[in-house]
Ligand binder design. Structure first.
Ligand SMILES: [Zn+2]
Length: 235
């Protein structure tokens, strides 16, 4: 059974915890498709529109569980807050969209909360029958592994327009890796795309402390991996 959430109640609960933003991380290529269309999009919709997007490891799983047309949102900036005991970059990509939770009071239909990222469902013996949390369960155990729980909804039900809900874009910094400053390059491309699509919001480079593994992880990546995350996909 899918468990739909009372949006207004969720909005008010998050607000009571000081949470006013949703977060969505992606690669540069997919992020630019969002900006071009002025909205966050599900993998399925980007594909059906024939727009550029990079593949994700979760794609096969998302299709398998009927989540291909869903938009996924976190209630924390996971890169900043950490994944349990450690901090690192978001594996979905270095571009982070920070959006207002106010979209919830504009009646996003059929919002659900998943207890765990679908890529871990099999490992955790989760399937569509026990993957969703009731709002009461979410509220009751809010501080408990919150980084794993995601808000999802089907895109056909609601457009998460950037000009209405986007508050900030945060881009991971990198050092120069083989003489390419990937973070800075991505910043310039995002800025240009935002301007040419008449979108205005704060765009900033992320500053991380020594306790985050992101810079080290990026330095250890191959050029191919870095290009997939930070540069535009060649057609
Ligand atoms: Zn970091």
């Amino acid at each position: 059974m899918e468990k739909y959430i009372n949006n207004k109640k969720l909005y008010e609960f998050l607000l009571s915890k000081g949470i006013e933003n949703f977060f969505h991380a992606n690669t540069l290529t997919t992020s630019c498709s969002f900006i071009q269309q002025n909205k966050l999009m599900s993998r399925g919709i980007v594909e059906s529109l024939g727009l550029p997007q990079t593949s994700q490891e979760s794609d096969i799983i998302d299709k398998k569980y009927g989540l291909w047309d869903c938009i996924f949102l976190d209630v924390y900036d996971l890169h900043k807050e950490g994944f349990g005991n450690y901090k690192r970059q978001n594996l979905y990509g270095p571009i982070l969209f920070k959006l207002s939770t106010k979209c919830l009071i504009e009646s996003v239909p059929n919002v659900r909360i998943i207890k765990e990222n679908p890529v871990n469902w099999e490992k955790c013996n989760i399937d569509t029958s026990n993957a969703y949390l009731k709002l009461d369960e979410y509220i009751e155990n809010f501080g408990d592994n919150t980084f794993k729980k995601m808000i999802i909804f089907k895109e056909e039900n609601f457009n998460l327009f950037l000009d209405k809900y986007l508050e900030e874009v945060i881009i991971d910094s990198t050092s120069s890796i083989k003489e390419v400053n990937y973070g800075k390059r991505a910043y310039d491309i995002i800025l240009k795309h935002m301007e040419s699509n008449n979108l205005q919001c704060n765009i900033k480079m992320r500053e991380c402390n020594y306790d985050c593994y992101c810079k080290k992880n990026y330095e250890e990546m191959s050029s191919k991996e870095l290009q997939k995350l930070f540069l535009m996909k060649e057609k």
